[in-house]
Design a protein. Structure first.
Length: 237
């Protein structure tokens, strides 16, 4: 692991608190990481994105439609969420995903006593009561991420890359992080690691930095294969 990755991995991401729950990711800047170069970084990766995303969209269209219909019948309107995320070069984009929580999750007194894991510490929580029954199944198999195939085709995201962070949860300095030298991904080193559920998101920054430094077709294909294995086992990605 690089010195920069090690430094970022142990960085303290706390400190700035908005209200009671909103915390911002801070950034410890180490030595600079050069932008990926080579044929794959310049054109091959984007070509892979289009081939995989379009093929997956055609193959998974029935599942996409069934998931949308099931959520529409159980959750109601607004099945597809639009969230502001941080993309390549720190620019914001609108990420698409299926809704898995109740509409009243922020306003209902029913969830006031629930205190889940800190958003900085874990990516997802299995026992979050704000999820609907169908939503838990959708998240278990990562079906909520399927609309992001449109983001990949549109060029906002890549099939493989760092997980895009919420724009509202990140400090302005975080946009200069080396992970943003590439497009964020549907899957990647963090998504297929144990950190996704049980680890610290800050440690995931080290994985992202290493991914950028070691960008290659071989590594991307490897992450895709590991993702398929995770999905088949129902551990998500």
């Amino acid at each position: 692991m690089s010195d920069t990755a090690t430094e970022i991995a142990h960085a303290d991401a706390g400190g700035i608190v908005d209200g009671h729950r909103s915390r911002r990711l801070a950034l410890v800047v180490g030595s600079p990481v050069p932008s990926p170069t080579g044929c794959y970084a310049r054109a091959g990766k984007r070509s892979l994105d289009l081939v995989v995303a379009l093929s997956a969209f055609v193959a998974l269209a029935p599942i996409l439609a069934l998931t949308w219909l099931t959520l529409r019948c159980t959750v109601g309107r607004g099945v597809v969420l639009r969230q502001r995320r941080i993309g390549r070069h720190g620019d914001e984009f609108c990420l698409l995903k299926f809704r898995t929580m109740h509409h009243c999750r922020r306003s209902s007194d029913e969830y006031d006593d629930w205190r889940g894991d800190d958003r900085r510490e874990t990516h997802k929580s299995d026992d979050d009561p704000r999820h609907t029954r169908v939503g838990r199944i959708v998240r278990k198999f990562s079906l909520d991420e399927l609309p992001q195939l449109f983001n990949v085709v549109r060029g906002d995201m890549s099939v493989v890359g760092p997980r895009p962070e919420l724009a509202s949860a990140a400090a302005s300095s975080f946009r200069a992080h080396p992970r943003h030298l590439v497009r964020p991904g549907l899957t990647g080193p963090f998504q297929v690691s144990d950190l996704r559920r049980s680890g610290d998101l800050r440690r995931g920054l080290a994985l992202d930095t290493d991914y950028v430094q070691q960008l290659s077709l071989r590594n991307d294909v490897g992450y895709l294969l590991r993702t398929v294995r995770c999905l088949v086992r129902g551990t998500g990605s």
